[in-house]
Design a binder for this molecule. Sequence first.
Ligand SMILES: Cc1cc2nc3c(=O)[nH]c(=O)nc-3n(C[C@H](O)[C@H](O)[C@H](O)COP(=O)(O)OP(=O)(O)OC[C@H]3O[C@@H](n4cnc5c(N)ncnc54)[C@H](O)[C@@H]3O)c2cc1C
Length: 438
Amino acid sequence: MRIAERRRDEPRRHLLVGANWPQFCVQGAAQTAMLAATTAGATLFMGLGQSTERMADFDLSVEQRQVRRAVREFAEKEIAPHVERYERACEYPTDLIAKLAPLGLMGPMIPEEYGGSFSDVLSYGVICEELARIDWVVASVVSVTNSLVGGSILRHGTEEQKRQWLPAMAAGEILTSACLTEPGGGTDLGNMRTEAKRVEGGYRITGTKVFISHAAHAGLFFVVATLDRSQRHKGVTAFLVEPGSEGIAIGEFPMRTLKRDNLAEVHFDSVFVPETNRLGEEGRGFPVLGGALDMGRYSVAARCVGQAQRCIDLALDYAQQREAFGQKIGEFQMIQQKIADMICRTEGARALVYRLGRMKDAGVERASMESSLAKLTASEAATYNALDAIQVHGGYGLSEEYEVGRLLLEAKALEFGEGTSELHRKMIAEFALGIRKQ
Ligand SMILES: Cc1cc2nc3c(=O)[nH]c(=O)nc-3n(C[C@H](O)[C@H](O)[C@H](O)COP(=O)(O)OP(=O)(O)OC[C@H]3O[C@@H](n4cnc5c(N)ncnc54)[C@H](O)[C@@H]3O)c2cc1C
C-alpha cells in the first residue's frame, strides 16, 4: 500500500498534543486558544515576532504552527547552546540526539502502529526546517531516519522488517545510515561497484561506501549494491545491513566541515546479509532509491530553508546592533539589499518546499521534478544566504565567536547531499524537455 493511502486510513496522532510531547502540552493548548481566539489576517500571527515568520506561517494550520513553535523552542533551548562545543571537539552529539525520541521527533513519518508519532508531510518538513535552523547534524538524523531508511522500509519492507526496525528507530534506540556514495562517484549511482553475490541463505556484499553520515553511531545501514554491474541500474538491489556484521570496517573520513558528524567510510568485505534483509526485489534497488531520494530531497530542502532562515535571523540581529559612521549598519541600503535578497531566496524556497509537502500530503507518491526544484532552490538559497550573512558581519563573520561562518560550509554540503545542483538542473531540464519521466 502506498504511504499516502496508509496515512489516510490510520488514526492521526497530533504531534503537540500526543503522549510523545508531554513537555509541550500546556504550551500547545495555550497557543491553540490564542490562535482560535483570533480571525484570519494579521492578528492571527500576534506575538510571532519577525516579519519573515509571519510570511512563513501564513498558510500553515494552527497545528502546524504549533509544531513550528514547539520545535523552535526546543531546538533553541536544548540544542543551540551546545552545537559549537561539539563541532570544536569533533564529537558526535549523542546526548542532543537522545532528546529527540521522547518528543516524538525521531519518527514523524513512522506510523503509530510501528511506534512513530506520525504527522502530515508538511509538519515533517517544518520539523526538519526548525531543527536544521539550529543544528545540521540533529536535523540530519531525523531526515535520514524518516526519509531514507524508515521511508524505504515502509514502502518496500516486509511486515517482519517493519516490526523489527521501525519501532527501534522511532524510539531512538538505533540511528541509521544510508550507504550509497562510493569512492568512484556519488552522482552516477548506476555505475556502483559494491557487489552483492548470491550465496546460500542470502548474499555476500563487498565494496566501499564513503561520506557516510552517522555511520559510526548507526544501528542499521541501508545499503545499495549491484548483483550484476553490466546491468547498470537494473542490477542494483537494496539491503538492510547490521553494522556489527562480520566483515564491516568503519574508517574515518575527515572533512573540513561538520566535524561533529564524524562522517565515515564503510568497508564491506564479503559481509553476509540474510535474504530476509533484502529490501524489495532483486534488481529493484533503483525504485527503492527513487522513493527514498524523493522524500530525502524534500527533507533536505526543508533543512536548507531552516539554514537560510538562520542566516537571515543572525544578519538581522547584527545589522540592528552594529554601528558604522554613526548609524546602525541596517540603515545602509547595501546592507538592506542583502537582507531583502536573503528573504526573497528563503521565501521562494520555502514556498516550493511547502508545496511539495502538500503534494505528498495529497497522496502524490513520486514528485521527482518538484523535489529537484525544491532541493536545488533551497540548497543554493542556504549557501548564498550564508555568504550574505557573513558579509553583513564584516570580518566577524569569519570569527569563531559568531555562528554565521560555520553555516557557510554546512550549507554548501547540502548542495551535494541527495544530488548535486548539477544533477538537479539536469533532471529539471530533462523533465521539461520530456527526456525524463516521473
Ligand atoms: C556532508 C556530506 C554528507 C554526506 N552524507 C552522505 C551519506 O550519508 N550517504 C551517502 O551515501 N552519501 C553522502 N554524501 C555524499 C554525497 O551524496 C555525494 O557527495 C554526492 O552524491 C556527489 O557525489 P561525489 O561527491 O562523488 O561527486 P561526483 O559524482 O564525482 O561529481 C563531481 C562533480 O561532477 C558533477 N557531475 C557529475 N555528473 C554530472 C552530469 N551528468 N552532468 C553535470 N555534472 C555532473 C557533479 O555535480 C559534481 O559537481 C555526503 C556528502 C557530504 C558533503
